[in-house]
Design a protein around this ligand. Structure first.
Ligand SMILES: [Zn+2]
Ligand SMILES: [Zn+2]
Length: 338
C-alpha cells in the first residue's frame, strides 16, 4: 500500500483521541458530581441528618476534619518520629535501557510496594466519621516522609553484561509516604450510617477523595484538566483530519492514474487491431476465416487439441474449451501458416 505510513499514523492518532475523549468525559463527570455533592460539618446534627435519608445514606457528600487514628497510630519505618494512619513504602529501580534505534533511555520501574493501613476517622471535636477503603481513593494526599536514592556501583562485568542485555541498573530509590495523624483533610464519598457510626466509603457516583484541597480547588483542578483534554482532542482531531485528507488524496490520485492507464491501454489495443486489420490479405476463402467472427483470418493454435480455428481477438474471449472439438484449452500460441 502506498499510504501505509499515513494509515498507521491515523490509527495511533485515533487511539490517542479515544483515550483523550474518555479522560475528558471522566473529568467532566467528576466535576459535575463534585459540584452537586453537598458539604456537611461533622457535628452532632450529622448523624440524625444521615439517619433520616433513604437507606441511611447520602450518595456523595463532602466533609472536612482532622485525621484521627482509631487505636495506636502506625510508626514510619524510616523516620520514627512520624506517625500516621496509612503508610506506603515503594522501591523503584532506576535503569537505562537500550530503546528503539539503539538509544539509551532512562527508566524508572516500581519493583516493590507495600502498604499498611489502620482504621481512622475524620474528627471535628468529639464527632467523627470513619473512613473506609482509604487506599482505593482516586486522590490520596499523603506526605513523602522519606526519599533516598542509592546509586549502584557497577563492576566491569556488569557493564559487559549490560551491554549485551540492553539493561543497566543505575540506582535504587526508596520512598515512604504517610498520611499523618492530625492532618486536616477533605473527604468526598458516600456517607452512610452503620448502626451508631458514620462512615465514608467509595461511592457509585464518583471516586473517593482524601485531599488537603478544598472542594472548590478540586473542582477547579478537574475543570483545568478538562480544558487541557479538550485542547488535546482538538489537536488530535485536526491531525486525524489532515491524515484522512492525505489518504483520500493519495487514493484519488491512484484511481485517476489507473483510469488513465486503462484508457491508454484500450486506445493502444484498438489501434493495434486496426493496424492488423489493414495489413490482412483481403481475399480469404471461408475456411481461412475465424470460426467465431468470420471476419479475421485464423491466427491462433489451441493446445493440446491443435485446432487453428480462432483469430487473435476471439482467442482472448474464448478461454475454456475449443469451439471445434470442445477439448479443454491448456495453452494458446500464434500459428504461422506459410
Ligand atoms: Zn474471430
Ligand atoms: Zn480443438
Amino acid at each position: 500500500m502506498d499510504f501505509i505510513h499515513e494509515s498507521v499514523a491515523l490509527g495511533v492518532d485515533l487511539l490517542i483521541l479515544g483515550l483523550c475523549v474518555r479522560e475528558y468525559a471522566k473529568c467532566k463527570n467528576n466535576a459535575k458530581q463534585l459540584r452537586a455533592a453537598p458539604q456537611y460539618n461533622i457535628d452532632s446534627d450529622l448523624k440524625s441528618l444521615v439517619a433520616r435519608q433513604r437507606d441511611k445514606k447520602i450518595p456523595y457528600a463532602v466533609i472536612r476534619g482532622t485525621v484521627t487514628p482509631m487505636g495506636v497510630p502506625l510508626r514510619s519505618s524510616f523516620v520514627p518520629s512520624v506517625s500516621g494512619v496509612l503508610q506506603i513504602v515503594k522501591l523503584h529501580e532506576h535503569r537505562v535501557m537500550r530503546a528503539f534505534a539503539g538509544f539509551w533511555a532512562e527508566q524508572r520501574k516500581l519493583i516493590h510496594e507495600s502498604a499498611n493501613e489502620m482504621p481512622f476517622e475524620l474528627r471535628n471535636q468529639e464527632h467523627g466519621v470513619e473512613i473506609v477503603d482509604a487506599m482505593t481513593a482516586a486522590v490520596l494526599d499523603v506526605d513523602i516522609v522519606y526519599d533516598n536514592y542509592e546509586a549502584t556501583s557497577l563492576s566491569f562485568f556488569d557493564h559487559v553484561f549490560g551491554f549485551f542485555t540492553g539493561v543497566r541498573q543505575k540506582g535504587l530509590q526508596t520512598t515512604e509516604q504517610v498520611l499523618r495523624d492530625g492532618s486536616f483533610l477533605t473527604a468526598i464519598g458516600e456517607l452512610e450510617m452503620d448502626g451508631q457510626t458514620l462512615r465514608m466509603q467509595p461511592s457509585k457516583l464518583g471516586p473517593l477523595y482524601l485531599t488537603t484541597a478544598t472542594k472548590s480547588t478540586l473542582i477547579k483542578r478537574f475543570e483545568d484538566a478538562k480544558s487541557s483534554m479538550l485542547f488535546k482532542i482538538v489537536v488530535c482531531s485536526s491531525i486525524s483530519m489532515v491524515l484522512v485528507g492525505l489518504i483520500m488524496r493519495k487514493l484519488y490520485r491512484k484511481k485517476k492514474q489507473e483510469r488513465e492507464e486503462a484508457k491508454i491501454r484500450k486506445r493502444l489495443e484498438s489501434e493495434r487491431r486496426e493496424r492488423r486489420a489493414r495489413n490482412r490479405p483481403h481475399t480469404l476463402s471461408q475456411d481461412q476465416l475465424c470460426v467465431v467472427c468470420s471476419t479475421n483470418p485464423k491466427e491462433i493454435i489451441l493446445l493440446p487439441c491443435g485446432h487453428v480455428c480462432l483469430c487473435e481477438d476471439c482467442a482472448q474471449k474464448i478461454e475454456v474449451t475449443c469451439p471445434v472439438c470442445r477439448c479443454k484449452i491448456e495453452s494458446k500460441a500464434a500459428a504461422f501458416i506459410a
